[in-house]
Design a protein around this ligand. Structure first.
Ligand SMILES: C[S@@+](CC[C@H](N)C(=O)[O-])C[C@H]1O[C@@H](n2cnc3c(N)ncnc32)[C@H](O)[C@@H]1O
Length: 257
């Protein structure tokens, strides 16, 4: 498979950053994350949010008592594409657990390099994966991968920090992998997800387990089941289950009633 030289450099740079910084156990060191692509609005204009002293990998803005994490910048693509990921996260197991219909339309929200997108696409041959991100560089990477892999049923899509920018009731499911904790407007994003999902549509939320001290990911990039439920239930989603057999992550399933 032929890769563009710039993409290869980005891949290698990101791999180095990720290995050196991100995967170290949490302790307030610098991280492989970059500032959010769009600066947040002044918090005073957003009553549902609070403020706190920004921690090294947080943005100083809180939602439901949780400090929101910094966005991982596109130089982290190499880390997202690391080969150890199958051992660490068992993505094939997580994806098999979704039991998608072949004609399902699923959004990979916060798709990054498309690591999950390109593993989902073969499972929905008559449907499609809408791969949404706020960083155009991530979409460029995915477009290059689509060409290289000959994949047709992936739709790279530029969202914003507050909305998916998709038609109402156009999705059967939304998958978010290691992304939701970075949304700097989670309340607005949950409202937008709700509008874009069909009735009975599912959210599959994969987040590193904050309850588990053995998970070597910085604290702001992990979530407890209780916190995730608090936030998604407040937005009107029904919690269905937590599938407990992934090495590092929760796989939380919610439904739009
Ligand atoms: C840590 S990466 C995870 C990427 C991918 N899900 C994976 O697991 O390989 C998080 C991604 O979420 C994206 N993101 C952050 N806020 C977003 C938002 N409001 N809407 C869509 N994507 C967002 C970031 O740009 C970044 O690419």
């Amino acid at each position: 498979m032929k890769r563009h030289p710039i993409l290869t450099s980005v891949l290698l740079l990101g791999l180095a950053i990720g290995l050196f910084l991100w995967t170290k156990p949490a302790s307030g060191q610098a991280s492989a994350v970059a500032p959010a692509a769009t600066p947040p609005l002044p918090v005073s204009a957003e009553p549902q949010y609070g403020t706190c002293k920004a921690s090294s990998d947080g943005i100083g803005k809180t939602y439901q008592g949780r400090e929101i994490a910094q966005v991982m910048g596109h130089p982290g693509i190499g880390w997202l594409e690391r080969t150890e990921r199958e051992k660490e996260e068992a993505p094939s197991k997580a994806i098999a657990a979704l039991k998608l219909a072949p004609d399902a339309v699923i959004a990979d929200l916060g798709a990054g390099s498309g690591y999950y997108t390109f593993r989902l696409a073969p499972l929905v041959p008559q449907g499609r994966v809408v791969a949404i991100d706020i960083q155009p560089e991530m979409l460029d990477y995915m477009k290059e991968e689509m060409r290289a892999r000959g994949v047709k049923n992936v739709q790279p899509h530029l969202g914003s920090v507050t909305e998916l920018k998709l038609p109402d009731a156009s999705l059967d499911a939304v998958l978010m992998v290691d992304a939701y904790h970075e949304f700097d407007h989670p309340a607005e994003m949950l409202g937008s997800i709700k509008a874009a999902l069909k009735k009975g549509g599912r959210i599959y939320l994969l987040e590193f387990r904050a309850e588990d001290p053995k998970v070597p990911i910085k604290p702001h990039h992990r979530m407890t089941e209780a916190q995730a439920r608090k936030e998604l239930e407040a937005a009107g989603f029904r919690f269905l289950e937590n599938r407990p057999d992934l090495p590092w992550q929760h796989l939380l399933v919610f439904e739009k009633p």
